[in-house]
Design a protein around this ligand. Structure first.
Ligand code: PAF
Length: 278
């Protein structure tokens, strides 16, 4: 496995692999890897013959009051984990490698970027699409794997790939959960013991919604209200709970098979997201 900080070396190494006829798989991450990330790496390894992983805490997707400085990092551990997974190339650029002095170009997928998480995190998805497009240009992958926990992110990136005619296949990997159902996230480390315990209500409420739907409930407002109650009773501060269409992310009038229930909730200062497909 090779560890590379410079974009020009990534381009060179990947070009050599492509010359040998290898399909290039890519998993962009912000590091501090957990099983969720590793499951995406395994998908990439199955679908491609040369796998690249990036580790970069992207400053442009954090708001001024957000956790850029405190975002957990452990490069040494990440490298060990990726080596074990049989990754071919790890790209871990410095900030200036991605955003050199004078950097001024941003990419924005309009509409989809300003709903759901985009409301309380203005500019977040602009930062995501900007860095992701930049990483795509550096790595030149054939297949890229994203997690479904960040469902909105995956929808936005698929839109960007289609709109900009990028010759890249986007694949999504399912949400990996802790034993008690909490979706794995690097930010779970911020939770106090009590908050961690209470946060299990998120998955419980999503499973409850799915059961309600299976039991014949079709009114999204009824389901959302009950979910909000469940979450607030456990100390969660709801940012949003919505029932939306998987492709457009617009609220649905009636629940149907394939409706996506999405939520973002604060426990203390930690904002967690999760979702389930009915
Ligand atoms: O999902 C993430 O970890 C990040 O948003 C991504 C895609 C690596 C871009 O910084």
């Amino acid at each position: 496995m090779r560890f590379v900080k410079k974009a020009r070396y990534v381009k060179k190494i990947v070009a050599q692999a492509r010359k040998k006829g290898k399909i290039i798989g890519f998993v962009p991450t912000m590091g501090y890897l957990h099983e969720g990330h590793l499951s995406l790496v395994r998908i990439a390894r199955r679908k491609a013959q040369f796998t690249v992983v990036s580790l970069f805490v992207n400053p442009t997707q954090f708001g001024p009051q957000e956790d850029l400085q405190s975002y957990p990092r452990d490069l040494k551990r990440d490298k060990i984990l990726l080596k074990k997974e049989g990754v071919d190339l790890v790209f871990y650029p410095e900030r200036t490698e991605i955003y050199p002095e004078g950097y001024s170009t941003y990419v924005e997928v309009q509409g989809l970027s300003t709903i759901l998480c985009g409301v309380s995190r203005p500019g977040h998805f602009r930062g995501v699409t900007t860095v992701v497009l930049k990483l795509f240009n550096i790595v030149q992958p054939d297949i890229v794997v994203f997690g479904r926990k960040d469902f909105q992110q995956a929808v936005i990136i698929k839109r960007m790939v289609e709109d900009l005619d990028l010759n890249i296949k986007i694949v999504t990997g399912k949400i990996v959960r802790e034993k008690d159902g909490l979706a794995m996230s690097s930010r779970n480390t911020y939770l106090s013991e009590k908050e961690r315990e209470n946060a299990t209500v998120l998955y419980q409420s999503l499973v409850w919604a799915k059961k309600a739907y299976s039991g014949g409930v079709r009114d999204p407002h009824w389901v959302i209200d009950k979910m909000r109650d469940m979450i607030e009773n456990r100390g969660g501060k709801v940012d949003y709970v919505e029932a939306v269409d998987q492709k457009t992310l617009k609220p649905v009038k009636h629940l149907y098979k394939g409706t996506l229930i999405v939520l973002a909730v604060y426990f203390g200062k930690t904002r967690l997201i999760d979702n389930i497909v009915l």
